[in-house]
Design a protein around this ligand. Sequence first.
Ligand code: PGA
Length: 250
Amino acid sequence: MSDSKRQPKRYAIGNWKMNGDRASLSEVAIVAKAAKQLNRAEAMLCLPGPLIATASDFELSLGGQDCSPELAGAFTGDQSATLLADIGASAVIVGHSDRRTIHGETSKLVSAKASAAWAAGLQAIVCIGETAEEREAGKALNVLTEQLAASLSDGVTHQNTIVAYEPVWAIGTGLTASPYDIEMAHTHIRQYLRNRFAYGTRISLLYGGSLKGSNAAQIFSVPDVNGGLIGGASLRANDFVPIMQALDQT
Ligand code: PGA
């Protein structure tokens, strides 16, 4: 098989957001054990920064949830990609809608954060997604193109970047995009990636937004869905492990 025809890697990535404490590391232990049984999928947990160092004792891929666009310096309260890498992370989420909405982060800033992640040797998990208003106005696909254009710099490769499509209205709401809507969005994003990047067909493209055990297999069988970014259902191993397994088996 020629290199450009290889399939994107499949990822089940949990995003704990601002949840969890040291006692929750018992959940990480169970996820790490189950992750070893996976054949074609990889599991990862994006934990609150202070938990990463201890969680790195487990054999499991770990990620941060945000990083500064700067690698070091007088940026009180910010978290560097360099330190995330040093304490055991292999990836970091950038541009999650929580940060775009609550902290007003722009796609330009998201692109700078992704560059900082790469400089520290981390994969950037770049999130994009439209709001309910944008979808209702028929602008969803245009919004995705704009976010892709500004959030992804020319340095993107299939090895340093994962793209996550997370419709804002589906995050933490219990509302999931329909398989049809997900396919429309993922086909559109894939076309963009293929047109712009040499190995655009191999960049992993995840869906996120109220993904759970009961809808995982259906969502993972949508064309061009290479896995999921999972919030609420990643906090308990009992919820997350079946999602990892569904991805492995789909
Ligand atoms: P959710 O969150 O699964 O709780 O909807 C997804 C995310 O924000 O990444």
